[in-house]
Design a protein around this ligand. Structure first.
Ligand code: NDP
Length: 321
């Protein structure tokens, strides 16, 4: 495993990391979760991502039980969670980054995870209705109370990130240090030029999500939706349009010979491509079984195979340049 610094912080994070969205608490139980996490940790993965809203809190509970079962030394791994959507149908506790929700929300997450602190606490979305200063103060206080070590944003517009950093700097508060954006061959907009001040000028870190576009970039949806896949899950119906989109599937087919040329599977190719971006600190992967994780971790063997010619060939397929 290789490690990168999380933006401008002194924290080193594994290039590939493991998240729990959809899988933990829906597709996999505690035994399977613990096996997948153990395989990741043994391979050098040091970052495990979660969110309050995943499986309505069950994902944090199961990951917390897995940490307890696996008995790893707390200093040896990083955990994150994310707050925004909330677990309770109450005006102050859903779709918000107000002070009351954040201060109470972190306590709920820590209780479910069975931890004293998370390493990174993300604001899962921006909240246009709460003044940014209120959110920055709440995140600062959470860090000062030792409940999180760093804080970040997820799917925030560049201007909102800059606004939060500016407020924190003017008031000498802990500022956000990392964004969690979608990033894969199909979705590259969170690194477009609007974000240059964030990544290039300020050295913000990023832990990127859905590197395989929910599995589409493995080629598994080429001839329909497999019965045992995310795409077949009842509550994931909204994803089916993307997973069966003919234009997208054509691009996946065009990618196949490029992957074959360097001896990689489509999954390994697509993950290694994400790591060509120097502003990516860690690529968050997802896996519903150990075999997938093992295949994905070997993506690291292909990072050096991406020549400028190969990158240009990829850009031609995805029309990104
Ligand atoms: P991916 O795009 O990599 O999709 C992962 C899924 O693809 C797996 O669960 C599995 O699904 C399938 N898959 C993975 N590897 C293989 C393989 N080698 N062969 C075949 N199928 C494979 O990532 P996720 O969408 O899961 O996102 C990763 C993490 O990012 C999440 O767990 C979460 O922590 C974070 N995230 C953050 C968001 C945010 O808003 N901040 C939003 C979404 C995710 P299956 O077996 O069911 O087909």
């Amino acid at each position: 495993m290789n490690y990168r610094y999380l933006g401008q912080t002194g924290l080193q994070i594994s290039e590939l990391s493991l998240g729990s969205w959809v899988t933990v608490g829906n597709q996999v139980d505690l035994d399977a979760t613990a096996s997948i996490m153990a395989a990741a940790y043994d391979a050098g993965v040091n970052f495990f991502d979660n969110a309050e809203v995943y499986a309505a809190g069950k994902s944090e509970e199961i990951m917390g039980a897995a940490f307890k079962r696996l008995g790893w030394r707390r200093g040896s791994y990083l955990v994150s969670t994310k707050l925004y959507w909330g677990l309770h149908q109450n005006p102050n506790e859903q779709n918000t980054l107000n002070r009351k929700y954040l201060i109470e929300g972190i306590d709920g997450s820590l209780r479910r995870l069975g931890l004293d602190y998370v390493d990174i606490l993300y604001c899962h979305r921006a909240d246009p209705n709460t003044p940014v200063g209120e959110t920055v103060w709440a995140m600062h206080n959470i860090i000062e109370r030792g409940k999180a070590l760093y804080w970040g944003t997820s799917e925030w517009e560049a201007a909102d990130i800059l606004g939060a950093i500016d407020f924190a700097e003017r008031h000498h508060l802990h500022k956000p240090v990392v964004e969690q954006p979608v990033y894969n061959l199909f979705e590259q907009h969170r690194f477009d030029s609007a974000y240059d001040p964030v990544y290039k000028n300020l050295g913000y870190g990023s832990t990127t999500w859905s590197p395989l576009a929910s599995g589409l970039l493995t080629g598994k949806y080429n001839s329909g939706i497999p019965a045992d896949s995310r795409g077949a899950m009842e509550n994931m119906g909204w994803l089916q349009e993307q997973l069966t989109d003919k234009a997208r599937l054509r691009k996946v087919a065009e990618l196949q010979p490029l992957a074959r040329e360097i001896g990689a599977s489509l999954a390994q190719f697509s993950l290694a491509w994400c790591l060509q971006n120097p502003h990516v600190s860690s690529v968050l992967t997802g896996a519903s079984r150990v075999g997938q994780l093992e295949e994905n971790l070997t993506a690291l063997n292909f990072i050096d195979k991406f020549t400028p010619d190969l990158m240009a060939a990829v850009d031609r397929i995805f029309h990104t340049k």
